[in-house]
Write a protein of this length. Structure first.
Length: 280
């Protein structure tokens, strides 16, 4: 099943670290993501680069940027040597505790990369991650794939944060993609998926008003694909939103809510479906 999801993503695209914020976002109910089939997860980067991973206990595996040496402190964790990629096999934690991931480019690294965490029934990660030899990129992904955070080191548009899930043949599978048009240096973009409630939460702690691009592809039992996209979610003032995808009719506008102190979070703002090829 995981292999099918990996294939789909390739077709589409072909630590110490500062705290990643969660302000304005609830902790998701993650029990709906299939967590029964595997005892490991795989963290992959599709180019040769220096990678350091830290688990919730502070144990690390990968390249220590201070000592310039490889460390392997995570029990049952190991790496796989590849000439053009970095792969780590780590224990699967069904509680969803996060892995902190730091990436530093090498001279031969691709300028933009895909970093992914693959587990039972999901893949979550970052696409178009800019790499350089002088700047560490920092990402946090929960072990169950339900949340992703990206801490920017540059001013400008963010890479794409994505989540792909598959819960069984009798339930829809999903792919979500979120990007931000602008993010100030040192600020964070965060996405949380709650399949149980049918909601996607996304926000930024940037003090400037920004817009988000959101895409969802839903594949229903039987194979029917339905896609939604809106290129500028920016109607609120707090840079914090909820996409109520469970209520979407499969073709038209979708319901979004703003999340902030004092906001009327029950108010639905219908945003047009701008996807260019609804039959895909």
């Amino acid at each position: 099943m995981t292999g099918l999801i990996v294939g789909a993503i390739l077709l589409v695209s072909n630590m110490s670290s500062p705290s990643i914020i969660s302000r304005g976002l609830p902790e998701p109910n993650v029990t709906s993501i299939n967590q029964t089939a595997s005892r490991t997860v795989q963290i992959s980067l599709d180019t040769d680069a220096n990678v350091l991973i830290e688990n919730s206990d502070g144990k690390r595996i990968g390249f220590d940027f201070t000592t310039k040496k490889f460390v392997s402190e995570i029990p049952d964790g190991h790496s796989m040597d590849r000439e053009s990629s970095s792969i780590f096999i780590l224990p699967f934690d069904k509680t969803g505790k996060p892995y902190k991931i730091a990436v530093l480019g090498r001279p031969a690294s691709a300028p933009a990369a895909i970093l992914s965490l693959t587990g039972p029934g999901f893949i979550a990660g970052v696409r178009s991650l800019k790499l350089s030899v002088s700047q560490i990129q920092r990402i946090v992904i929960s072990a169950d794939g339900s949340s992703i955070s990206y801490l920017t080191g540059d001013i400008g548009a963010t890479p794409q944060l994505f989540v792909t899930t598959q819960s069984g043949r009798d339930k829809p599978s999903y792919r979500f993609e979120v990007t931000s048009s602008y993010l100030s240096q040192g600020k964070t973009l965060k996405v949380i998926l709650d399949l149980t409630s049918g909601k996607l939460y996304f926000n930024s702690d940037d003090g400037k008003k920004i817009s988000f691009e959101v895409m969802m592809r839903r594949t229903n039992p039987g194979g029917l694909r339905q896609s939604y996209k809106h290129q500028a979610v920016s109607f609120g003032g707090a840079n914090s939103y909820v996409f109520d995808f469970a209520q979407w009719d499969g073709k038209g506008a979708a319901c979004f809510h703003e999340r902030c102190t004092g906001c009327d979070e029950s108010k639905c703002v219908n945003l047009k479906n701008e996807y260019s090829n609804p039959k895909d």
